[in-house]
Design a protein around this ligand. Structure first.
Ligand code: NAD
Length: 437
């Protein structure tokens, strides 16, 4: 099938590459000329494991191409995937202007029947809005349909998630349109849900909001553990064995970040308010998430006896491991607070430092974790990259000036850290409980 993907970000580039790999002819279109130029040179504008190889293979086989001419790409395709950004507006409301712009381009290029598939995360009702824009702006009276096909991939495992999704949701106006999209996904042999457009749009927000709720819930429990002399890691084990609860997304830490959860929870709160329902549960989830770093930093500041003139090493900058994405990364909040308190920040991340230099230029970027630790009064673990699990920790400690280790992801074993000589602080882990181990 001839496919056009509008937007070559994390979702669009991965979606386009996977559909090409499944044997379709795919053209990925983006209005950002620098991204398309990079892709033309075989360079990836984002870091995603396995992506470069997949893109190269399909470009070489002639199934995948890139362009800035969105209109032309639409003209040549039967199915068009909209994969543009839907950031938060100033009050947390979802900004769908990129989706509207893509719809306008599709309207102008409409030359024969096409299925327009919205993969961007959008508030309920956007499918209708896209239909309306195309209907009122098309130059020829040509038929089209609008489908909602929300994306559930996770950055860092995007290729794997796209090839092996837990489910594929197809919100379509009728069965025959749904079948066109179902056929595209059939080679993946994964569970598919065919539903209406509005329900599909809500499924995406409800899923992300539920996962965010799990994270804030366990962070609230961690905060109680700290006060009560309990160990949240034990609590999580005891809860996670219950099959009704499960252990996924039940890790205490600095809270959720990234390009999806913070904006999608805010968007759902906003959409609910607009529809006349106050989603108080989700409002509390967002508040807990916002205060999690503040609590952590208050503890760090108290342990350091103030931030002025202190040297703090930050390990991990990306919002989670295996990505270079810094959107809503907790590292940036932490660095902001450290710099505002006149501390010196030495940071290291295996992949995200290039992007971090642009947004946090006042930080001293280091060669590796040991270099970052050099002369530090405290070490703060922010992103649980695999390589940090296997650090030579005695070497880290001997490079430091102090011995404070603030572990924002509960990556390390507190008892072992204490034995090594660190003054260890995790999330929801109290020494009273750990002494009993
Ligand atoms: P992104 O910002 O990485 O990429 C969006 C791309 O769209 C950019 O390259 C931009 O230049 C391009 N673009 C914007 N308007 C355009 C237009 N009119 N014509 C052509 N190109 C245009 O965004 P992303 O992270 O890939 O997310 C895209 C959507 O998917 C969002 O709604 C997001 O919420 C959702 N989503 C993201 C993820 C994720 O992990 N990143 C997962 C699931 C869903």
């Amino acid at each position: 099938m001839d496919i056009c993907v509008i937007g070559t970000g994390y979702v669009g580039l991965v979606t386009g590459s996977v559909f090409a790999d499944l044997g379709n002819e795919v053209v990925c279109a983006d209005k950002d000329a620098s991204k398309i130029e990079m892709l033309g040179r075989g360079e990836m504008p984002i870091y995603e494991p396995g992506l470069e190889e997949m893109v190269a293979r399909n470009v070489e086989d002639g199934r995948l191409s890139f362009t800035t001419d969105v209109e032309d790409a639409v003209t040549r395709s039967e199915v068009i995937f909209i994969c543009v950004g839907t950031p938060s507006g100033p009050n947390g409301q979802p900004d769908i202007s990129q989706v509207e712009e893509a719809a306008l381009t599709i309207a102008r290029a409409l030359n024969r029947y096409k299925v327009v598939v919205n993969k961007s995360t959008v508030p309920v009702g956007t499918g209708n809005r896209v239909r309306e824009i195309i209907e009122t702006n098309r130059r020829r009276h040509v038929d089209f349909d609008v489908v909602s096909n929300p994306e559930f991939l996770r950055e860092g495992s995007a290729i794997h998630d796209t090839l092996h999704p837990d489910r594929i949701v197809i919100g379509a106006p009728n069965q025959s349109v749904a079948m066109i999209i179902l056929e595209l996904y059939a080679p993946l042999e994964r569970p598919m849900l065919i539903t209406d457009v509005a329900s599909a749009e809500i499924i995406k927000y409800a899923s992300n909001a539920f996962l965010a709720t799990k994270i804030s819930f366990i962070n609230a429990i961690a905060n109680i553990c700290e006060e009560a002399g309990a160990d949240v890691v034990q609590v999580i084990k005891g809860m996670g064995y219950d099959q009704r609860i499960g252990s996924a997304f039940l890790q205490a830490g600095l809270g959720y970040g990234g390009s999806c959860f913070p904006k999608d929870t805010e968007a759902l709160i906003h959409t609910a308010d607009r529809l006349g329902y106050s989603f108080d549960l989700l409002k509390a989830v967002a508040t807990i998430n916002r205060t999690q770093v503040e609590r952590f930093m208050d503890r760090l500041e108290a342990a350091l006896g103030g931030l002025e003139g202190k040297v703090v090493a930050v390990l991990g900058l990306a919002f989670k491991p295996n990505t270079d994405d810094l959107r809503e990364a907790k590292s940036l909040e932490i660095i902001g607070r450290l710099l505002a308190g006149n501390a010196k920040v030495r940071a290291y991340d295996p992949i995200a430092m290039e992007k971090a230099r642009e947004v946090a230029p006042a930080v001293c970027y280091c060669e590796n974790a040991y270099d970052a630790a050099a002369g530090a009064d405290a070490l703060v673990l922010v992103t649980e990259w695999n390589e940090f699990k296997f650090l030579n920790l005695p070497r880290v400690l001997s490079a430091m000036r102090g011995k404070l280790l603030f572990d924002g992801r509960n990556l390390y074993d507190p008892v072992r850290m204490k034995r090594l000589g660190f003054d260890y602080h995790g999330i929801g882990r109290s020494w009273a409980a750990l002494n009993g181990k």
